[in-house]
Design a protein. Structure first.
Length: 384
C-alpha cells in the first residue's frame, strides 16, 4: 500500500519540498490528549526541535500542548506560534545569557538546568531583573536507551544533565540562592526508543531518586520524564500513530509520583514524524556497473537522517504503477553519504517521477542546510 498524496497539486510545486498531512497530525494529537487527559496533573510539552514549521507549531498549540525548547530561537518561534511562556520549558547544556534573559522575559514555566555554573548565571540574571526563575534539575539517570549511539543522552558518559550523586547537594545549593526556585526534576534518556523496558528503567531510577530526596526531606512539585518514544519507520501506512497507550501506561504503572506531583512529558518525534514526507523528483535513472541509481533532486541538505544516523526511511514512487525494480536512491550532493536508500524496491522509475520519502516530519525540515548553496526546502501542508 502507498500513502495517499495530492499528486496533481504536487506537479505544480517546485521540488524538493516537505508535505505535512495535517489530518494525521490532528489525529495523533488527539490520541495523545485522550491518553494524557485520563490522568490528573499530566502535561505534554511538544519538543520543538523535531519540527518548528510555523503551521505545524500552530496546530500543536491549538491542541493545547506546551512547548519544550532547547534554544532562544525556539522560544521565539513558539512565541510567534502563540504559545504562552507559562507553557514553555527550556533545556540545553549551553544556554547563553541572551537566551536565559529571553526565558526570564517570557516568564517561562521552567528552566531545565544542566550544571551548577548555569544555575548561578540564571540566579544572577534573574536577580538583575528582580525575578525568581523556576528551575528543574536535569539529572543524568545513567539509563541506556537501546537506540543509535548518537541519540542516547542518558548515559553517564553523555554531556547532558547533572550526575545523580550531585542531586542533593545541588538542590541544597539552589535553596541558598535568592532568585531561583527549585520546582522539579527533569530527565531525557534518548530518542527513537521502542522498548518500553527503557522507560521502565527510567521510572525505577526516578523512584530511587525520589526516595533519596525524601530521606533528605526534599520534595519537588514536578517530574519531567522527557521524550524519546519512537515510531515505525518501516510501516508509515500501517502504523501511522505510535502506541501511545503502551508508552503512557508504562509511566502510570511504574512511576511512583508523590501526592500532588505533576508529570510532564516532552515528545517530539512521536508527535510529528509520520505526518511529514519529503517529496522529490527523479532527475535521472543511471545504470551503474552493478546497480541502478535513481538520482533525485533532494539531498542530505533536505533530510540528513540517513547520512547522519544511517536511518531508514520508506520511499515510494507516487507517480508510477510500473512493475517493481530495484534502485539505490541518491541525491545530487557531492558527498558519498548522500544516499537515501540502497537496493530498495520501487515501482519502475522514470525521469520526472515523484518519490515520497516517508516518516520525515521529525528532524527533517528543521535540520536542513544550505550546503552546496542549495535552497532550503519549503514546507506545505494539506490545509494550504
Ligand atoms: C530532543 C529532546 C526531546 C524529544 O525527543 P524525541 O525523541 O523527539 O521525543 C525531549 N526532551 C529533550 C530535553 C530533548 O532534548
Amino acid at each position: 500500500m502507498k500513502g495517499k498524496f495530492p499528486v496533481e497539486r504536487f506537479q505544480t510545486l517546485r521540488t524538493p519540498f516537505y508535505y505535512y498531512d495535517t489530518e494525521l497530525l490532528r489525529q495523533t494529537l488527539k490520541a495523545i490528549n485522550d491518553e494524557i487527559s485520563r490522568h490528573e496533573g499530566w502535561h505534554m510539552h511538544y519538543a520543538v526541535k523535531a519540527n518548528a514549521n510555523p503551521k505545524v507549531l500552530q496546530i500543536i498549540r491549538q491542541a493545547g500542548l506546551g512547548a519544550d525548547c532547547v534554544s532562544g530561537g525556539e522560544i521565539e518561534a513558539c512565541t510567534r506560534a502563540g504559545f504562552p511562556g507559562s507553557k514553555m520549558v527550556y533545556a540545553g547544556v549551553g544556554k547563553s545569557d541572551w537566551e536565559i534573559n529571553l526565558g526570564l522575559d517570557r516568564d517561562i514555566f521552567c528552566f531545565n538546568v544542566e550544571s551548577i555554573p548555569e544555575l548561578e548565571v540564571i540566579n544572577e540574571l534573574a536577580k538583575a531583573k528582580g525575578k525568581v526563575a523556576r528551575v528543574a534539575f536535569r539529572l543524568n539517570p545513567n539509563v541506556g536507551a537501546h537506540t543509535h549511539a548518537n541519540i542516547t543522552t542518558g548515559l553517564a558518559e553523555n554531556k547532558f544533565g547533572i550526575a545523580m550523586r550531585d542531586m542533593v547537594p545541588v538542590i541544597e545549593h539552589a535553596h541558598q540562592l535568592s532568585n531561583v526556585q527549585v520546582v522539579g526534576l527533569h530527565f531525557h534518556i534518548g530518542s527513537q526508543i521502542l522498548d518500553m523496558g527503557d522507560f521502565q528503567a527510567l521510572c525505577n531510577r526516578i523512584n530511587e531518586l525520589q526516595d533519596e530526596l525524601e530521606r533528605h526531606r526534599i520534595s519537588v512539585e514536578h517530574i519531567n520524564v522527557g521524550g524519546g518514544l519512537g515510531i515505525d519507520y518501516s510501516h508509515p501506512n500501517r502504523v501511522p500513530i505510535p502506541d501511545f497507550k503502551a508508552y503512557f501506561d508504562t509511566y502510570a504503572k511504574k512511576l511512583r509520583l508523590r501526592p500532588g506531583q505533576t508529570l510532564h512529558f516532552e515528545l517530539g518525534r512521536a508527535v510529528v514524524a509520520q505526518c511529514g514526507s519529503l517529496i522529490t523528483r527523479t532527475l535521472y535513472i543511471k545504470e551503474g556497473a552493478v546497480k541502478k541509481f535513481a538520482i533525485v533532486d533532494a539531498g542530505f541538505t533536505d533530510l540528513i537522517r540517513p547520512a547522519l544516523y544511517q536511518a531508514y526511511h520508506k520511499i515510494e514512487n507516487i507517480t508510477s504503477d510500473e512493475p517493481i525494480d530495484t534502485y539505490d536512491v541518491v541525491g545530487p550532493i557531492c558527498e558519498s553519504t548522500d544516499v537515501f536508500a540502497k537496493q530498495i524496491d520501487l515501482n519502475g522509475c522514470r525521469r520526472g517521477d515523484l518519490l515520497a520519502i516517508r516518516s520525515a516530519g521529525a528532524y527533517g525540515e528543521i535540520m536542513a542546510s544550505q550546503y552546496n548553496c542549495r535552497q532550503l526546502p519549503v514546507g506545505y501542508t494539506s490545509d494550504d
